[in-house]
Design a binder for this molecule. Structure first.
Ligand code: DLZ
Length: 167
C-alpha cells in the first residue's frame, strides 16, 4: 500500500510553462474530489510559469464525458495539452469498469488522433477515503501530477518540433 506523498517531485526538473496553454476538463461527479484535483492542477501550472489566461477550464457531467470534453478542446482551441480530471469510485456494479476503461481508451485515442498530450488524471479508487488521500490529502494530489506531466510533455513535443525546424 502506498504510504508516501506520491506527488513529490524535483521542482527543477519541470520546464518553464510560460509560453504554454492548457485545457483542463473536470468531471462534476464526486466534485468534492475533482474540484480539489482541478485546484491542484491550476496551482501547479501557475507555479511553473503558465499564465492565467492560458489555463482554460471546462466541466463535463461525469468521467465518461471526459474524452469528448478533451476532443472539444482539441478541435476548437489552440491548447498545447489537455488534462482530463475525474474520479470514479468502485460501487456494487460493473459501471466502474466500463467508465475507467472508456476514459483510458478515450484518452489514449485522443493523444494519437491529435498528436497532442492528453493527460489521464482519473482517480479510480475502491472508496472515498482513497480518493481524498489522492486529491490533496496524505498521498498528494493527482491534479498536481497531471499538471507536471502535461508541462513535461509539451516541452518534449516543442523540443522535437524545434529540432525538425533546424534541419
Ligand atoms: C453513472 C456514474 C456512476 C455510477 N459513477 C460515477 C463515478 O463514480 N464517477 C464519475 O465521474 N461518473 C460516474 N457516473 C457518471 C458517468 O461518468 C456518466 O456521466 C454517465 O454514465 C452518463 O454518460
Amino acid at each position: 500500500m502506498a504510504t508516501k506523498n506520491l506527488s513529490e517531485y524535483d521542482l527543477s526538473s519541470v520546464p518553464d510553462g510560460n509560453e504554454m496553454k492548457f485545457g483542463i476538463v473536470v468531471s462534476e461527479w464526486n466534485y468534492e474530489i475533482t474540484g480539489a484535483l482541478a485546484r491542484g492542477a491550476v496551482e501547479t501550472l501557475k507555479k511553473h510559469g503558465v499564465q492565467d489566461d492560458n489555463i482554460l477550464v471546462k466541466h463535463v457531467p461525469g468521467s465518461f464525458e471526459l474524452t469528448l470534453g478533451g476532443q472539444f478542446f482539441a478541435e476548437y482551441t489552440d491548447v498545447s495539452a489537455i488534462i482530463l480530471l475525474g474520479c470514479v469510485i468502485q460501487g456494487e456494479t460493473r459501471h466502474f469498469d466500463f467508465i475507467c476503461q472508456g476514459v483510458a481508451k478515450g484518452a489514449t485515442d485522443l493523444n494519437i488522433k491529435y498528436n497532442l498530450p492528453v493527460i489521464f488524471g482519473l482517480l479510480t479508487t475502491d472508496n472515498q477515503q482513497q480518493a481524498i488521500d489522492r486529491s490533496g490529502g496524505r498521498l498528494g494530489n493527482k491534479g498536481d501530477e497531471a499538471a507536471v506531466t502535461a508541462i513535461k510533455m509539451v516541452a518534449l513535443q516543442n523540443g522535437f518540433e524545434s529540432e525538425i525546424a533546424e534541419e
